[in-house]
Design a protein around this ligand. Structure first.
Ligand code: PGA
Length: 262
C-alpha cells in the first residue's frame, strides 16, 4: 500500500541521546498523550540500544518506531553494523537514511544512501531519506543543484512502486541543531522543487502523495507556519524531540496546520 501525506507526519530523531531508562520514560509520556495525536503519524527514532524496550512499551499503541541508520547487507562479517532484518526484528517500521551527520562524519554518500534505501525497501522498512545543502552551498545559490543531485543519485534505480514507499526529508545542514530555521518560504521553495521532480519522475499520482518532511531546528513555535506550506507534510525533529512536552506540542501544531490547509 502506498504511503500518503494525508496526515501530518512527525518524527523525533533522538540521535545519540538517552539511555534505556530515559528512553522508556520519554516514550511512556508520549504514549499517555497518544489520543491527542491520532490525527498525525508520530514516529520515535531512538538509539539502537533502546529499540527493543521501546517496542514493548509501544505494543498496541499508534506511535511508530524507527531506526537512525542501517547497513545494506542482511548479515555477515560487518562488525558494528546493523541490518534491515535486525531492525524489523526489533520492531522498526522506518529507517532514517543519509542524515547529514552520517554523510559528514561517517562517510555516507549518495551511492551508499542508494544501497541503503534499496536494502530497507527489500525488508519493507520505510526509508526516510535526508537531503539538504550546506550554508556555503546556499550562499553560492547551489541549493537546488545540490538537492537535485542528491535526489537523482540517491533514488537511482527506484521504480514507481518503490517510490510510493519512500519518505524524503529536506534538512538544510545550516539549520540542523543551530537554532536557525529555514523560513517557511525558503523551505517551501525547495519542497515544491522536490515535489515537481518526483511528479516528473514517478508520475503525478505517486509524486503528489510522497511525504516530504522538513528538518532543521523545528520547534513548537515554528511548526505551524512551516507545516501550513503546501508541500511540507511534516517534520523530522532533533533536539526538540528529546522532551515529551516540546515534541507533543510540535505534533499538535502540525495537526492544527494540516487541518487548516486541507
Ligand atoms: P534539530 O535536528 O531539530 O536538532 O535541528 C534535526 C535533524 O537533524 O534531524
Amino acid at each position: 500500500m502506498a504511503i500518503t501525506n494525508e496526515k501530518a507526519f512527525i518524527a523525533g530523531n533522538w540521535k545519540m541521546h538517552k539511555n534505556i531508562d530515559e528512553a522508556v520514560e520519554l516514550v511512556s509520556s508520549l504514549k499517555q498523550a497518544e489520543e491527542e495525536l491520532s490525527e498525525a503519524v508520530v514516529v520515535v527514532i531512538p538509539p539502537f540500544t533502546a529499540l527493543r524496550q521501546i517496542k514493548k512499551i509501544l505494543e498496541g499503541s499508534s506511535l511508530k518506531l524507527g531506526a537512525q541508520n542501517l547497513f545494506w547487507e542482511e548479515k555477515g562479517a560487518f562488525t558494528g553494523e546493523i541490518s534491515p532484518p535486525m531492525l524489523k526484528d526489533a520492531g522498526c517500521e522506518y529507517a532514517v537514511i543519509g542524515h547529514s551527520e552520517r554523510r559528514q562524519y561517517f562517510g555516507d554518500t549518495d551511492k551508499t544512501v542508494n544501497k541503503k534505501i534499496k536494502a530497507a525497501l527489500a525488508q519493507a522498512l520505510v526509508p526516510i531519506v535526508c537531503i539538504g545543502e550546506s550554508l556555503e552551498e546556499r550562499e553560492s545559490e547551489q541549493t537546488i543543484n545540490k538537492v537535485e543531485t542528491q535526489l537523482r543519485a540517491g533514488l537511482e534505480g527506484l521504480g514507481e512502486e518503490d517510490m510510493s514507499q519512500v519518505i524524503i526529508a529536506y534538512e538544510p545542514i545550516w539549520a540542523i541543531g543551530t537554532g536557525l530555521t529555514a523560513t517557511p518560504a525558503q523551505a517551501e521553495e525547495v519542497h515544491s522543487f522536490i515535489r515537481d521532480k518526483l511528479e516528473e519522475n514517478y508520475g503525478n499520482e505517486i509524486g503528489s502523495c510522497v511525504i516530504i518532511l522538513y528538518g532543521g531546528s523545528v520547534k513548537p513555535d515554528n511548526t505551524y507556519s512551516l507545516l501550513k506550506e503546501k508541500n511540507i507534510n511534516g517534520a523530522l525533529v532533533g533536539g526538540a524531540s528529546l522532551e515529551a512536552d516540546s515534541f507533543l506540542q510540535i505534533a499538535k501544531q502540525g495537526i492544527k496546520a494540516y487541518k487548516e490547509k486541507t
